[in-house]
Design a binder for this molecule. Structure first.
Ligand code: ASP
Length: 310
């Protein structure tokens, strides 16, 4: 079985000043996740490692660098799912946690629940000894400035969605050498969201899904649109009906655009090692590592390849 990992750094109109750092960030995360797979690690461990790395990278809207809600606070959502057992864990609206994906993993591994939210999730983090960080430690100067700039005229994406507001969520999907797939997604959501707003990212079947019988998916884009069409599960349904991972992604994103006028992106890996990175926004930074090849891109038709040795 040829192990593979695919990661994304969010589908939106990524400005030129963030383009190179976004591409560098996804390439590093793909390499990080792939080194776990090469060492015989599980798909679950690989997606967690890759997403943690992007949560720590301030160019992305997850963990450090997260967008701010309309109160100027950070509220984070994350999901992780194991395609072997369909076990999953998620957290929503958590504060002061640098790596929400690992908290989601703890929900999956250490509780009989699927999702914990808000203060309950934070209390659980404390009981697990998960490290907390001061509120402001997750806020970058870049985000504070962007928030100040936009808060005066944005009434909220609910009323007036524009793809540029969907901002840099991160995600990973992987297939390990024993044939198991997994997905993980982590985000700060959308800038200026209402306090307590939860998007697609932590919702099973919307922001992510993983099933060894069909494949693993991580989504990004306008959360309310993704929720309405349950994008991750929609992609998996197309795969179950015999579509390739690439066709399944394209058909589903096209449907989301036509049906609810939402833009976004997805990464997918199948149990046989087929993978796709697809988006309907202007840009999405993505990277994929398989055998000795590292693929990556940012623009719609871009597919660069480098050889690398681990
Ligand atoms: N889907 C995320 C959300 O709506 C945002 C994103 O992917 O950029 O919370």
């Amino acid at each position: 079985m040829s192990a593979v990992i695919v990661v994304h750094g969010g589908a939106w109109a990524i400005p030129d000043e963030l383009a190179q750092a976004s591409v560098d960030g996804v390439k590093s995360a793909a390499c990080q996740g792939f080194s776990v797979l090469k060492g015989g690690g599980s798909a679950l461990d690989a997606v967690e490692a890759a997403v943690r790395m992007m949560e720590d990278n301030t160019v992305f809207n997850a963990g450090h660098g997260a967008t701010l809600n309309n109160n100027g606070d950070v509220e984070l959502d994350a999901i992780i799912m194991d395609g072997k057992t369909l076990a999953c864990g998620a957290v929503s609206s958590v504060k002061n946690i640098a790596n929400p994906v690992s908290l989601a993993r703890a929900v999956m591994d250490k509780t009989s629940h699927v999702m914990l939210t808000g203060s309950g999730a934070n209390q659980f983090a404390e009981s697990m000894g998960v490290e907390t960080v001061p509120t402001d430690a997750l806020v970058t100067e870049y985000e504070r400035k962007e928030w100040e700039k936009h808060k005066t005229y944005v009434n909220g994406v609910m009323e007036d969605f524009n793809a540029q507001w969907a901002h840099d969520t991160v995600g990973a999907v992987a297939l390990d050498c024993t044939g198991n797939v997994a997905c993980a997604t982590s985000t700060g959501g959308i800038r200026n969201k209402k306090i307590g707003r939860v998007g697609d990212s932590p919702v099973i079947g919307s922001g992510g899904y993983a099933d060894n019988f069909s494949g693993a998916v991580s989504c990004t884009g306008h959360g309310e649109s993704i929720l309405k069409v349950t994008l991750a599960r929609l992609i998996v349904s197309h795969i179950e009906q015999g579509k390739s991972v690439s066709d399944a992604s394209q058909l589903s994103l096209q449907y989301m655009g036509e049906r609810v006028h939402g833009a976004g992106g997805s990464i997918v890996v199948s149990p046989s090692g087929q993978w796709a990175a697809t988006f309907t926004t202007e840009r999405m930074a993505w990277a994929a590592a398989q055998q000795d090849e590292l693929w990556y891109g940012l623009e719609p038709s871009q597919r660069n390849k480098e050889h690398f040795s681990q």
